[in-house]
Design a binder for this molecule. Structure first.
Ligand code: GDP
Length: 460
């Protein structure tokens, strides 16, 4: 049971039209009573949940009126934290809000840690851990796609899938225990077969999850790359070399007149979508005709441009035109065909580009690909791309857990097929169930909780 009452400023720091101080805990109502003088007095016992009262915040030490406010009351258990909650809507000057918080703390509340309201919602069983993580992700999401994914998670879709898999483990453990407790019924063999079936089914379900993680969330939040350059510099060869080296995933995007094939690759652990710059794979004359518009929109959309030059030729006016088009974008300059004699004079490259990253590569000999990987990974880690890192981190925590569970199930299947005694197998199943519980928070350690909630902003 949580005994203390917490308070925080829930609106962003600085000046605004209104400011909100939020209080949560069993003493929330008595705390507000000490500082709030309603215009129409009332009894706390009579107050209904979700009511708003008008009045003033008064410092009772010297009877000074601090601000004119609206106070909202939310009665447990149907609140964000499942505790009594009070929200004070005051004028949004930073000093006023701070002063009110001080008074509230003086009257018996404690300053909340970042994310503590949401942590209480989790500890009091209103949401599970993956839903709490979704709350941070929604607050931090910068794109609509990211917000939508997080919203799904908040609604518990991931948790439902996890719970279903976990239930199978729990049932299996119960069966094994029955077999151990009543050996005279000789149910050992039956349960071994049944167990094998169940574990195989779980493996399938876990596999599906692993796949959706990669194809769904990370990908939608990965970076978009466009490979640009005049004809014949080696763009398609480079794409081929990259997709062969890396794990490529092709997904079809239906609903267009001609299904677009999108290709995703993981470069240095970063999910990358190669934008279709029209004609990477098409014949050259088609490129001339339809390529331009699509290439332009790809350039606009791209988080990063791989600008390919042919190192075996001097720079010409076409290259210079392309420099002009991409000059405001993040660019890695690739000097291709480095296996041939280099005739490109680097000094002819626009000064702006000399500042950018330049890598010599050979698509043909697969030279320099590692350098590309390292550079992208480095840019990603330095947060040079405006994407939702938070979502990826949350997602990575889940993905890691799922992968470990998968490995564990595979081992369990091996032990069932071998002659490992069933009570020992049972221990492994318990471990796998505990592991899965880390996603929903049923079995998670205090350290993981701390890391997750400390990423919240104060007041949420
Ligand atoms: P794109 O028009 O930019 O897509 O260029 P392609 O990938 O079709 O390559 C054009 C030509 O350059 C082809 O004949 C390739 O074999 C050749 N090529 C591409 N990369 C290299 C490379 O690194 N070294 C050499 N020697 N030839 C290359």
């Amino acid at each position: 049971m949580i005994n203390d009452t917490i308070a925080a400023i829930s609106t962003p720091p600085g000046w605004g039209g209104i400011g909100i101080v939020r209080i949560s805990g069993k003493d929330a109502f008595s705390v507000i009573e000490r500082v709030f003088k309603p215009v129409k007095p009332y009894n706390l016992e009579d107050i209904k949940t979700q009511t708003v009262k008008y009045g003033h915040i008064v410092d009772t030490n010297n009877n000074e009126t601090i601000d004119e406010v609206l106070v909202s009351y939310f009665k447990e258990p149907h609140t964000y934290t499942r505790e009594n909650i009070v929200e004070i809507n005051c004028h949004g000057g930073a000093l006023i809000v701070k002063r009110i918080l001080e008074l509230v703390v003086f009257s018996g509340a404690r300053i909340a840690e970042p994310g503590e309201f949401t942590k209480r919602a989790f500890l009091n069983g209103r949401i599970d851990l993956s839903q709490a993580e979704a709350v941070i992700d929604i607050i931090n999401s910068k794109t609509n796609a990211a917000r939508k994914t997080s919203l799904n998670q908040l609604e518990g879709r991931l948790s439902q899938k996890i719970k279903k898999i976990r239930n199978v483990f729990v049932e299996s453990i119960a069966d094994i225990e029955a077999a151990i407790d009543y050996p005279e019924y000789d149910i050992e063999e039956v349960s071994r077969n049944k167990l094998l079936e169940r574990m195989k089914l779980s493996l399938e379900n876990v596999d599906k999850l692993v796949k959706t993680f990669f194809e769904g969330k990370i990908i939608r939040e990965g970076i978009d790359i466009a490979i640009i350059g005049k004809p014949n510099v080696g763009k398609s060869s480079l794409l081929n070399a990259l997709t062969q080296k890396e794990k490529a995933i092709i997904t079809e995007v239906p609903g267009t007149t001609r299904d677009i094939i999108e290709e995703y690759i993981e470069i240095g652990g970063v999910a990358v979508r190669i934008l279709d710059t029209a004609g990477l794979r098409e014949t050259k004359d088609i490129v001339e005709r339809i390529g331009i518009d699509r290439t332009k929109s790809a350039i606009e959309k791209a988080d990063l441009i791989l600008l390919v030059l042919d190192g075996s030729e001097p720079i010409n006016s076409n290259d210079l035109k392309i420099f002009e088009i991409v000059k405001d974008k993040k660019v890695i300059l690739l000097i291709n065909k480095s296996d041939l004699e280099i005739k490109l004079n680097i000094n002819e490259i626009n000064q702006d580009f000399i500042q950018k990253r330049i890598i010599e590569v050979s698509a043909k000999e697969e030279l320099g690909l590692d350098k590309i990987e390292e550079t992208i990974k480095d840019m990603f880690l330095r947060k040079e791309f405006e994407i939702d890192n938070q979502l990826i981190i949350t997602n990575l925590r889940h993905k890691q857990v799922i992968k470990e569970v998968k490995k564990e199930i595979e081992e369990i299947i091996d032990s069932i097929n071998g002659d490992t005694p069933i009570d020992i197998i049972s221990v492994s199943i318990v471990e796998a169930a505990d592991k899965l519980g880390e996603i929903t928070g049923e079995t998670v350690g205090e350290d993981v909780l701390h890391t997750i909630f400390s990423k919240f902003c104060i007041g949420k």
